[in-house]
Ligand binder design. Structure first.
Ligand code: BGC
Length: 437
């Protein structure tokens, strides 16, 4: 196959993403408590010391720098900063100042996520996101973070993947608190939308108070490309539209339009959402094929395509074309730029990762050519890490972690990605080298 150079826009930003609970080690939150229950984590592990990133962040950022990264997305552990409701741990606030400073020292742009799946245990005990007051309970933490770090040049992410928190935790019951109740899921989605509004409002207020120019703020959503098992079956097509709307669009439309949309809300305005989305943070991993003849809510799915490569453990099908499709649909529906805040694959075969990244970037480039405004692309993840219910058995890192010694070793894909960053292009040479072997 003949390849050509695929150039990315000027000022396009490249880097990687991670999250506190998955890399830091030493956390105490709703997940660490849940992980203690036998059989919850597939490989029998728990997050424990994870990658010890809490102590090794400088070395990890040295690696990110060496690998050419321009942006690093990470999350702050709410449970560290506010170990009891209303009580702040100043030493933890200082810790993240050092983390931010370490990025700045290496000329890497920090992108900070306020909520990435985990919560303080006291918040869990108050009913977590089912509590009608949860958005207001979350707000002081957001204010504290904004006050503590507003002197840094930060791109802010409010909530990571609200629909994953909703579906995995409250509809399919595979993450804590293991609820299986669609109605509760809707309530949680609504409260997470309000929490996003509260977070953006707090950050904006703090910047206004100190007279700083407003930063860029975005929620980060997980997007799937839904496809019908039978493209001639009207019921399948209807199911695809329904799920696409419910999973991919309702929440973000609410954030952009400033309303609490049905079916989660009643369509009323929620003023904290006003001006809460500068860009859309978009995470894409895979497609989802659905059939109206199966009970989707019970988790029944059609058989997977044996021809497609899969993500280790999670079994997601590799489907780059879906990236183009979702980018097209987001580009058409919303007048907001998109930052690709996560894309990657868990695999022990780095050649699979190399192909995955290249094939997905080809689709990103195609979407950009067709008019979608994309600001940047972050690989999930810088290093291997604790992959939630999969434990340490799914390897998403550009950098391999030896969990015995905690030694880091960049994989070939990390150097390949470095080459892409340096050229700001997916060159013909890179495509030939990594796709034709
Ligand atoms: C999450 C990450 C996770 C990744 C792979 C996203 O859903 O934001 O925390 O590790 O996907 O599953």
């Amino acid at each position: 196959m003949a390849y050509r150079d695929l150039e990315f826009p000027e000022n396009f930003l490249w880097g990687s993403a991670a999250a506190a609970h998955q890399t830091e080690g030493g956390n105490f939150n709703n997940w660490t408590e849940w992980e203690k229950i036998p059989s919850k984590i597939k490989d029998g592990s728990n997050s424990s010391i994870a990658c010890d990133h809490y102590n090794r962040y400088e070395d990890d950022f040295d690696l990110a720098k060496k690998l050419g990264h321009q942006v690093h997305r990470f999350s702050i552990a709410w449970s560290r900063l506010e170990p009891e409701q209303g009580k702040w741990d100043e030493s933890e606030i200082d810790h993240y100042r050092s983390v931010l400073q370490a990025l700045v020292d290496r000329d890497i742009q920090p992108m900070v996520t306020l909520h990435h799946f985990t919560e303080p245990v006291w918040f869990r005990d108050l009913g977590s996101w089912l509590n009608p007051k949860s958005p207001e309970i979350f707000a002081p933490y957001c204010r504290k973070v904004a006050e503590a770090y507003s002197d840094f040049d930060i791109i802010w992410n409010t909530i990571n993947e609200p629909m994953v928190v909703t579906t995995m935790g409250y509809v399919f019951g595979e993450f804590p608190p293991e609820e299986k109740d669609f109605g509760k899921g809707l309530t949680v989605a609504k409260h997470l939308l309000m929490a996003h509004g509260q977070a953006a409002t707090q950050v904006r207020q703090v910047y206004d108070e100190i007279g700083r120019e407003q930063p860029q703020i975005a929620p980060v959503i997980s997007v799937s490309h839904f496809m019908p098992a039978d493209s001639e079956n009207d019921d399948d097509l209807e199911l695809v539209d329904y799920l696409d709307e419910l999973y991919n669009h309702v929440w973000i439309r609410g954030a952009i339009e400033g309303i609490l949309p049905e079916p989660a809300g009643d369509g009323s305005r929620y003023p904290p959402l006003d001006n809460s989305v500068d860009f859309i943070g978009l995470n894409y991993y895979s497609r989802m094929v659905v059939s109206s003849e199966l009970d989707f809510m019970a988790g029944d799915m059609p058989p997977k395509d044996p021809e497609l490569e899969r993500c280790e453990g999670l079994d997601w099908e590799v489907y780059p074309e879906g990236y183009y499709q979702v980018l097209q649909s987001f580009g058409k529906k919303y007048d907001k730029p998109i930052f690709l805040t996560e894309n990657g694959i868990g695999t022990s075969d780095d050649e699979v990762r190399q192909r995955y990244i290249i094939n997905h970037l080809q689709e990103v480039h195609r979407a950009i050519q067709d008019g979608v405004e994309v600001l940047g692309y972050l690989v999930w993840s810088l290093t291997d890490n604790f992959e939630w219910a999969q434990g340490f058995s799914s390897h998403f890192g550009l950098v391999e972690v030896d969990y015995e010694t905690l030694e880091r070793k960049p994989r070939e894909s990390a150097y390949m990605f470095k080459g892409i960053i340096e050229q700001n292009a997916l060159t013909e040479d890179i495509q030939e080298k990594y796709l034709l072997d």
